[in-house]
Design a protein around this ligand. Structure first.
Ligand SMILES: Nc1nc2c(ncn2[C@@H]2O[C@H](COP(=O)(O)OP(=O)(O)O)[C@@H](O)[C@H]2O)c(=O)[nH]1
Ligand SMILES: [Mg+2]
Length: 293
């Protein structure tokens, strides 16, 4: 569609739809994603270690690129082009409503999802399970989800004894709620950072970040066909949602117009009847005067 035509069509749609802006921007995002590199997006609760993970994966160790911390540091989606990918960091889910909305904007166009969990708090909690179910319910999300979803347990360094058992439980939980068995990695950001900055290869290996890097940079790049299908499904679904919303709105307005027409007809009838009665009574009265004079 030419951009002039698009602007006038969208303007018209916005006259009809309350949430027209949201629907058209979802369609725009879906359309613009077609020519873009693979988009790898983090998700998970606040302080799970999402931003630290992206700093490790993109080797921003001396000066962090994605802000990290013990408090809520990521409030907006942050994007970085690195190698042949786009890395996207999202705010923690379930922290505030605005954070959730911001994260969902990015998740709606994510290709690969790095689901980050802190094993220090045990297995997945209710909010995380609810999030995964919601994620799988997004347009086209089921396409290649088993490959597109990568589960990351962080803080390997401080959960060594329990992390294997927690990994098993998490895998079981995901199988139960989504029916898939995605890859799971256990990593330590701090060991990777210390190892890299102090030149300690053993620490780097212990962190298992290189294994994850290899998986992402080599294996995920081969997911092209899934991604193409996913992107097309998102475009199709966004178009369908728009058309359905317009159809519903037209039907609603048509019904309102029929009701208005009925009311108008009723008041016209009442007026006709009333005016006829008036005229008739006037005629009768005037006829009576005629007889007097
Ligand atoms: N010990 C340890 N701490 C970590 C690890 N990953 C993240 N952290 C710390 O956890 C806190 C929250 O991390 P952050 O990346 O900001 O979490 P986010 O809110 O999910 O983005 C920070 O203080 C990090 O230094 C890890 O692998 N090991
Ligand atoms: Mg963060």
């Amino acid at each position: 569609m030419s951009s002039d035509l698009k602007i006038s069509t969208y303007k018209k749609l916005n006259q009809y739809l309350n949430d027209g802006g949201q629907l058209t921007s979802a369609l725009d995002s879906a359309l613009s994603a077609t020519a873009q590199p693979l988009r790898i997006t983090t998700c998970g609760l606040l302080k799970a270690g999402k931003s630290s993970l992206l700093n490790a994966l993109t080797d921003h160790l001396e000066t962090e690129l994605f802000a990290t911390g013990a408090v809520r540091t990521t409030v907006q989606n942050q994007t970085l082009s690195h190698q042949d990918f786009i890395f996207v960091d999202t705010p923690g889910l379930d922290a505030t409503e605005e954070d959730d909305k911001e994260a969902w904007d990015a998740l709606g166009i994510a290709d690969v999802l790095l689901f980050v969990h802190d094993p220090g708090v045990g297995e997945l909690d209710q909010a995380e399970v609810k999030f995964l179910l919601e994620l799988a319910g997004q347009p086209g999300a089921r396409h290649g989800l088993e490959e597109r979803l990568v589960v990351i347990l962080t803080r390997l360094d401080s959960n060594e004894e329990v992390i294997d058992a927690i990994a098993q439980k998490v895998q079981h939980q995901i199988k139960s709620c989504l029916g898939i068995e995605p890859r799971l990695f256990q990593v330590s950001f701090t060991s990777y950072q210390n190892g890299k900055l102090q030149g300690k290869q053993k620490l780097v290996e212990y962190s298992r970040i290189p294994v994850l890097q290899q998986y992402i940079f080599e294996n995920l790049a081969r997911m092209h066909s899934h991604i193409q299908t996913l992107r097309q499904v998102r475009i199709d679904d966004s178009c369908k949602e728009l058309i359905n919303a317009v159809d519903t709105e037209i039907a609603k307005r048509m019904e309102q117009s029929i009701i208005a027409q009925k009311k108008f007809d009723q008041s016209t009838q009442a007026f006709t009847k009333d005016s006829e009665t008036l005229i008739n009574s006037l005629r009768t009265k005037f006829a009576a005067y005629d007889k007097i004079y």
